[in-house]
Design a protein around this ligand. Structure first.
Ligand code: AMP
Ligand code: ZN
Length: 112
């Protein structure tokens, strides 16, 4: 069994676990966070499994750049373009799902 077989976000991408889809293309999927920390809180994930943002950056920097563009697209469509992009990396930084995901926080004026 590979790491990805037991991964919550791989199962969401495969449609085995339901999610509220916000955006999808060939390489990338975005869905609403189940426990939103802002008025709009979307998770953007590469369809391919990488454990964290550093692994993604090393293996596929174009996909990391694409995730930033998708975040801008979501903030343009649903707010006036302002957004916060967060990658929690490692247990002690609060990472709980080890399939890299960008948190996009937008939809309201955010606290500092
Ligand atoms: P992190 O703590 O950075 O690893 O972020 C994981 C995020 O996934 C948290 O913000 C959770 O609320 C979110 N989450 C966990 N399970 C689900 C799910 N089934 N659907 C949507 N979001 C989820
Ligand atoms: Zn995965």
């Amino acid at each position: 069994m590979s790491e990805a077989d037991d991964c919550l976000f791989c199962k969401i991408i495969a449609g085995q676990i339901p999610s509220s889809k916000v955006y999808e293309d060939d390489t990338t999927y975005a869905f609403n966070d189940i426990n939103p920390k802002a008025k709009i809180h979307v998770l953007i994930v590469p369809k391919k499994h990488y454990a964290n943002v550093a692994e993604l950056a090393a293996a596929d920097p174009a996909e990391l750049a694409h995730i930033a563009e998708v975040a801008q697209h979501i903030a343009d469509e649903r707010f006036h373009g302002a957004f916060r992009l967060v990658f929690n990396t490692g247990l002690d930084a609060g990472q709980t799902v080890f399939h890299v995901h960008a948190h996009v926080l937008t939809g309201e004026v955010l606290d500092e």
